[in-house]
Design a protein around this ligand. Sequence first.
Ligand code: FES
Length: 318
Amino acid sequence: MTARPITTVRTVVAAIEEAGPGIKLFTLTDPDQWELPPFKPGAHIDLHLPNGLVRTYSLCNEPADNARYVIAVKLEPDGRGGSRALHDDVRVGDAIGVSLPRGGLDCGAGLARHVFVAGGIGVTPFLSMARHLARTGVADFVLHLIVREELPLARHLAPLINEGRVVVHRTSRTGRPDLAALIGEGGSETLVACCGPDGMTDDFERATSAWPAANVHIERFVAPPVVIDPDAKPFALSLARSGTEIQVRAGQTMLVALQEAGIDIATSCCGGICGACKVGWLEGKPVHRDRVLSTYERERYLMVCVAGSDADRLVLDL
Ligand code: FES
C-alpha cells in the first residue's frame, strides 16, 4: 500500500565546480532544459543518490533562476556518506532524482529588515535569500558570515561582499563575535536567521529566546540523536484517507510503524530537522519534538520521524 507517493523530479548534473575548502557546487537541470518546480529563497531539496542514500541540501540559487537547482556540498569525511558519495562518485551527466523543493522563507513579506548569521557552509540558504533580496529590493538585509579563515563559495559571495551586504568575521583573527550584538534588538519587523554548527545555533537560540518565534529561523546541520521516551505508551494511528489502523509500540517511532505497515514516507535526516517526513494530522494530541516546524505549522502537521502522541489515538491525513 502506498498512501503518499514519494515524488521525485529527474535531473541531470550539468556542472560541478570547486567552491572553497572541501566544497563542491553541483548544478542540476531538467534533462530537456525545462524549468524546474518553483521554490522559495533558501528552500531545500532531497537528493536521491545513486547509492540509495537520500540527503537534504539547501538551494543556493534564487527562485528567479528556476532552470536549475544549485547546491553546495562540503565533504564530511566522518559523516553519514552522502557528501562522500557526491564528491567521489557523481559526475557531470549523471541522473539524480530530487524531491520537490520545500521550506525556505517568505523573504520580505511584511518585514523591513533581515539579519542572517551563517557559520561556514551554513551560508548556502542565505546566499539564495540574499540574492533574492538584493535583486528585488523588497527589504533591507545583512549577512554575517563567520568563518575560521577561508571563505566558502567566495566567487559567488563576492558581488554581495562588494556591495557591503556581507560582513565576514574571521575567528582566527578576531575570535567569535557576540551573536546578540550582531542581531540587535528584537522587533516585529525584523527577521533573524541562523544556519551553522551546533554551538553557533545553540548560542543563537539563547540570544533570540525573547524574540517572537515567528521572527526567528534556525537551520541545523546535524539532527540530534533520537531519544526514546522511557515513559512512552503505545498508541493507535488512524489513517483518515485509507481507513487503516496501525499500532505504534511503546518506544517505536511513528515512522517505523508506518513503514512496517507498508506506507512509503519520504525521509532524509530521521531526526526532526530536515522536513522531509512532514505529514498532516487531524485529531489527537501530538508530541512534536522536531526542530523544523513553526508553532503555526504544528497545529496542522507533524514530523513522523520524531513525533509521539499524548493520547491513545492519533489521526493522520494519510
Ligand atoms: S526525516 Fe527529516 S524531519 Fe523527519
